[in-house]
Design a protein around this ligand. Sequence first.
Ligand code: NAP
Length: 253
Amino acid sequence: MSCKIDYQARPDLLAGRVILVTGAGDGIGRAAALSYARHGATVILLGRTTAKLEATYDAIEAAGGPQPAIFPLNFEGATLKDYHDMAETLDKEFGRLDGILHNASLLGRLTPFEQYDPALWEQVMQVNINGPIWMTQALLPLLKAADDASVVFTSSSVGRKGRAFWGAYAVSKAATENFSELLADELENVSNIRVNTLNPGATRTQMRKTAYPAEDPQKLRTPDEIMPTYLWLMGLDSQGHSGERFDAQPPKS
Ligand SMILES: NC(=O)c1ccc[n+]([C@@H]2O[C@H](COP(=O)([O-])OP(=O)(O)OC[C@H]3O[C@@H](n4cnc5c(N)ncnc54)[C@H](OP(=O)(O)O)[C@@H]3O)[C@@H](O)[C@H]2O)c1
């Protein structure tokens, strides 16, 4: 596992690249969308709350970034047809896709497994792993149409080692790690698509606050501060890396 916290991205690192960011309306996804646009990418903003996506859109425009696109989609109710319609729309608009940051996730509830609500379990698995998997399948032809495409799945420390009370969230992140490795292995040598996972580490967002209500958020890095690895993975400097696990923050000493 490695971390690129000291990576310094060139201002034009992502110029001309078309990158889809899920959960782009809040937290880390919003910061990544803004950061990718600041480095020249045309960003497709996907999420479930249109007003939040519009706020990200406005912030990109105000900063003078390339005009983004908004794609409202809720992984909870989305169907295979939605993903294929999406691929058709993106094909017409851009003809290819240079990157996907799978970032949207639901925490669910921190509770002993004995009391875990099966309906909530299904919901978390749908949003965190099943939806993103089928969306990726539908978008593969567009990724293949790019000269170099990077797919990044967001993981978590509880996806690498299971931890009490983290329920479906932990299991969905473990599945994310495995799926990413499986896809990277299948695509190696037969495409220009690389697939990796990235664990942001403890970051000052609403999800973190919900998981750790007693923690002082000021002691955590902000989403903006963890962007170097997000940028490195999306640009050409990470070519040749696939099927690997990355951390956005150095391990605590
Ligand atoms: N923050 C941390 O300390 C931390 C640590 C390890 C891993 N992570 C991972 O980092 C990623 C970002 O987390 P975050 O902390 O930035 O969380 P966040 O602030 O809660 O943002 C999550 C994003 O996912 C979107 N989302 C949730 N359910 C969705 C659905 N059904 N369909 C489409 N979009 C949906 C949310 O949309 P709305 O805004 O509309 O709700 C929001 O934009 C997640 O994958 C998380 O598991 C975070």
